[in-house]
Design a protein around this ligand. Structure first.
Ligand SMILES: NC(=O)N[C@@H](CC(=O)O)C(=O)O
Ligand SMILES: [Zn+2]
Ligand SMILES: [Zn+2]
Length: 345
């Protein structure tokens, strides 16, 4: 039995750091283990220009504790007014690594997102030309579509048409939650990858709803049936280079989660590596953990894998805080409902 595992230092290909007091509180939780992260641009107001991204990057670096190293990989929030020239310029200097597509109204702070996909065609064409990936929150927003079907319908009605009309566009399907997402990625050899979150490997929709509503398990896209969780676990532990970790660690204060209309998002930055080691061990796939957390993502983003390593060891139960404090109030750390024994040494 393996009790120690050394892997290249991981990266997080989908992360919410927020700003101000919350940024200050959550950044060390990620930087403790992760070398780099793709930083989501859904602030209020969103990060829509290269200038915004440069200023936000400086705020992140200023919030980083002196004894930590971490590289924020910036993104721009795609709107119907996004200027292809600004995108290309921010990409040319290495400032941004992706552009993020939120269908308007799909998730937290997405009201400035895209309503008419034809309006963003010039940006997408420019991105295809320069090889800049599009990260996609893949859910339709039509009121008549059941929330549990929104990812599958998005693939058919929005994503596949966009990919067909924009050949060469490199796409990351963010936080996939269904076997439909897994199958779509597998059916497309080129220019397509997907991030999978830590929590979607662990919970299904029963965890949210059975025995009382659990606001800290509510995120978007919402967790689906068990068969979908199993499809995600199989994809993540397969070693297939098209699947990589994007935690989607999304802090909200407890007062914003535990209310009549609670915010969507699970905060997993603190214990993600312990959670993943546990899930990969249960799947008898610890040897595939490094591909998922540390190799497949850099390969997709055409960046070198990290040279540093981390060592995970298995031992006594891992003690982690139930909540972290932020200047805005406490933030509950994702609790899988079972004890963890793997820790980063
Ligand atoms: N995943 C979530 O449930 N929430 C994210 C937004 C997102 O990634 O969709 C957030 O910003 O809180
Ligand atoms: Zn999202
Ligand atoms: Zn997210």
């Amino acid at each position: 039995m393996t009790h120690s595992l050394t892997i290249r230092r991981p990266d997080d290909w989908h992360l919410h750091l927020r700003d101000g007091a919350m940024l200050q509180a959550v950044l060390p939780e990620t930087a403790r283990h992760f070398a780099r992260a793709i930083i989501m641009p859904n602030l209020v107001p969103p990060i829509v220009t290269g200038d915004h991204a440069a200023a936000y990057r400086e705020r992140i670096l200023a919030a980083l504790p002196d004894d930590m190293t971490f590289e924020p990989l910036m993104t721009l929030y795609l709107t119907e007014d996004t200027d292809p020239t600004d995108v290309a310029a921010a990409h040319a200097t290495g400032l941004i690594r992706a552009v993020k597509l939120y269908p308007a109204g799909a998730t937290t702070n997405s009201s400035s997102g895209v309503r008419d996909f034809d309006k963003v065609r010039p940006v997408l064409e420019k991105m295809a030309e320069i090889g800049l990936p599009l990260c996609v929150h893949g859910e339709v927003t039509e009121a008549e579509i059941d929330i549990f079907d929104r990812e599958a319908v998005f693939i058919d009605r929005v994503l596949d048409p966009i990919r067909k009309t924009t050949p060469g566009l490199r796409v990351v399907m963010e936080h996939i939650t269904t076997s439909n997402g897994v199958d779509y990625v597998k059916a497309n050899e080129k220019d397509l990858g997907a991030t999978i979150t830590t929590h979607h490997l662990i919970i299904n929709r029963n965890h949210i709803l059975v025995g009382g509503i659990k606001p800290h398990y509510y995120c978007l896209p919402v967790a689906k049936r068990e068969e979908h969780r199993l499809a995600l676990l199989t994809a993540a532990t397969s070693g297939d280079a098209r699947f990589f970790l994007g935690t989607d660690s999304a802090p909200h204060t407890d007062s914003n989660k535990e209310m009549a209309c609670g915010c969507a998002g699970c905060f997993t930055a603190t214990n993600t590596m312990s959670l993943l080691a546990e899930m990969f061990e249960r799947a008898d796939a610890l040897e595939k953990l490094e591909a998922f957390t540390s190799l497949n993502g850099p390969a997709f983003y055409r960046l070198p894998a990290n040279e540093e390593t981390i060592t995970l060891t298995k031992g006594d139960e891992v003690v982690y805080p139930a909540k972290i404090e932020s200047g805005d109030g406490p933030v509950t750390v994702f609790d899988p409902g079972f004890p963890l024994h793997w820790r980063v040494a």
